[in-house]
Design a protein around this ligand. Structure first.
Ligand SMILES: [Zn+2]
Length: 491
């Protein structure tokens, strides 16, 4: 049985057939969670050990629309009668993805109009990553003190930056001049003559390699965050030979987060995933402005102009126990389009999940169990929707969802059970339109005069912080650079 119909509230749970993307950076064969999930959901009939399985798309995006896995192959969009405002993905990254940022709404509309070939979407694309394995990424610009320190330490990097930009970095002392210095530095680096950047990249790599091979003699000469930054450069250079983007850990924060930890990327924040597997949820869009570590179209000019130049790493979100049931962790970003819940159920346990009154996507991450008689296995995904849903639907554009409480209370809930003879917990991820937009678990949303989101709160990777930790913050067991506070260089 692939479909469970309920008479109460016309609520349905139907298995889906998501779409798989075989981008070159994906993990290959059965090692890829994306590949295994695609096999379980019958998207793939078999796994090719040499094929990179990079992304699994669950949603209604036109570049990868999910179908019903009930023998009809009807599209998800046709079934629920419209597009979902979000796209839910699993990513298995074996090597780094390009350095990129996603435009805000006005920029997306402009890019789409000017160059529809490269920018097929007019929508913005804020995104949230939840780690399924230890996960490495670069996200947001480093603080200017760190960049200044790294400029002094790595003359090869400094050689790729104009005198004017370097001076700006060393002289900036106010937040505004710091941001403008950072923009100058980034712009100068990105527009550096290729022959200059290639020569200096090679010099840098030769020196770092040499230092790495002798470093075991003096492991404490250098703070850990600097050592890890050097190691990251060497790894990226190996993956993308000759691409000056390998120097990006010198100006972008380098993070390692643990399973269950999450970070949110607002529009116009530079980032690059490096390795590991994640759940990713985003506004329904495929707009990417790329700037390096990729053979694809790079658009440096637009990228330099659109970035926010906020400094410091993102705050790490570990989810917040849901008020309905503490076995559900809620990951709520400060945008209306989506939020993600993760339900963890131990053997012998039972849980009733209230109907959210909006179409939801369920994805089994780990373990086995049952929901309303259907067998749940890792990789199976479902749409949970209500046939009379039209007037119950959340208003993604306006923020909070408007659901009639009386109607909602009649909607059928789902009952999850796990046999007590099972070994591990059942973990199910649930994504839907954001029903808690004013109770974000990521970080406080700050409106700047440009009406953009900026990242505030504690820096997860630095020893030195001002202010109080943001809610939900927990020092990551894996956090990359917690043990070093860079000394401010003497100018
Ligand atoms: Zn991205």
């Amino acid at each position: 049985m692939t479909e469970a119909n309920s008479k109460e509230g016309g609520s349905k749970l139907v298995q889906l057939k998501p779409v798989v993307k075989d981008y070159a950076w994906g993990i290959r064969g059965m090692d890829s969670r994306v590949g295994r999930y695609a096999l379980e959901s019958k998207t793939l009939q078999e796994i090719d050990p040499d094929c990179p399985y990079a992304e699994l798309w669950i949603g209604t995006h036109e570049k990868g629309p999910s179908l019903l896995n009930d023998g009809t192959d009807r599209s998800l969009k046709e079934t629920i009668g419209k597009d979902l405002p979000f796209l839910f993905k699993v990513l298995s990254a074996g090597k780094a993805l390009s350095i990129q940022a996603h435009p805000d709404k006005p920029t997306a509309a402009k890019l789409n109009k000017e160059n529809p070939q490269a920018y097929g979407d007019a929508n913005h694309k804020p995104e949230m990553a939840i780690a399924l394995t230890p996960f490495e990424a670069m996200c947001g610009f480093r603080r200017l003190e760190e960049v200044a320190l790294l400029l002094k330490k790595h003359p090869e990097f400094a050689a790729c930056i104009s005198q004017e930009a370097k001076l700006a970095v060393f002289l900036a002392d106010e937040p505004e001049s710091q941001q403008s210095a950072l923009q100058k530095l980034f712009s100068s680096f990105m527009s550096c003559d290729t022959s200059v950047s290639k020569t200096n990249l090679k010099k840098l790599l030769d020196r770092l390699q040499n230092e790495q091979s002798t470093l075991h003699l003096h492991p404490h000469d250098e703070p850990a965050w600097e050592r890890k930054c050097s190691r990251a450069i060497l790894r990226l250079a190996q993956q993308f030979p000759g691409d000056a983007g390998a120097m990006s850990p010198l100006f972008l924060n380098y993070l390692l987060i643990a399973p269950g930890e999450s970070f949110f990327m607002a529009a116009n924040e530079p980032h690059a995933y490096v390795a590991g597997e994640i759940l990713e949820c985003m506004a329904c869009s495929d707009n990417v402005v790329r700037a390096g570590l990729t053979p694809k179209f790079k658009d440096v000019e637009n990228l330099v102009n659109m970035l926010t130049y906020t400094m410091g790493g993102p705050s790490i979100d570990v989810g917040e126990p849901h008020t309905d049931d503490h076995r559900i962790l809620r990951y709520t970003p400060p945008v209306p389009e989506f939020e993600v819940m993760i339900l963890s159920l131990d053997p012998g346990d039972m849980c009733k999940l209230k109907n959210p009154g909006v179409p939801a996507i369920l994805l089994v991450l780990e373990g086995t169990g049952k929901v309303d008689g259907q067998v749940l296995r890792p990789g199976r995904s479902y749409v949970w929707y209500t046939e009379t849903e039209g007037n119950l639907d959340g208003d993604a554009a306006g923020g909070a969802a408007t659901i009639d409480a009386a109607v909602k209370s009649k909607l059928k809930s789902l009952t999850f059970t796990v046999d007590e003879m099972r070994r591990g917990a059942l973990k199910v991820a649930i994504a839907h339109v954001n029903l808690h937009v004013n109770q974000s678990t990521c970080f406080r949303r700050v409106e700047s005069n440009q009406n953009l989101y900026t990242m505030h709160g504690m820096l997860p990777y630095m020893g030195r912080t001002g202010g109080t930790p943001s809610p939900g913050y927990l020092k990551s067991a894996y956090s990359d650079v917690t043990d070093g506070t860079p000394a401010i260089p003497k100018l």
